[in-house]
Write a protein that binds this ligand. Sequence first.
Ligand code: ZN
Length: 154
Amino acid sequence: MSEKQCIKTPPITIASGVNIIKYACLADRCQEGFEKWGDARRHMKNVCHVEGKPKMSDSAEKASRFFTTKPDYVDPTLESRFSGKLKTDHAPSETELVDLVKDYYSKGSDSENHRKHVMSRVIRPTYGHFEFHKFGFGTFEEFSKRHGLEVYRN
Ligand SMILES: [Zn+2]
């Protein structure tokens, strides 16, 4: 652990979900992010003492990796609970799952043929490939019944 290690800046997003962090410090261990290139450069020079002339494109690339996709930090309890398969940085709440399912059902026709693909078309692509009960809300059938959602059987 270096004393100069920077404090991690949480991903900052505006309402539309567009990331406003465009540049990241290029020091290996640093996860500091900046809105402005000037601030990023000053930080690299004065705080992390990055050697040479930092490249704007490298910094932007690192920022897009750190601040718009899955963060580098993974909660170890989530890691074991989902066997490392959870794609998001937090487990969804029950409400989030209900909303996701309802949203999916509302987008298709009313047919069972549409509903039965909810796992493969929306839940797994969003959260990863693992059994539904790992979310902690029972099986998909139990979860659906509890929320008055249409139930299908695999
Ligand atoms: Zn830094």
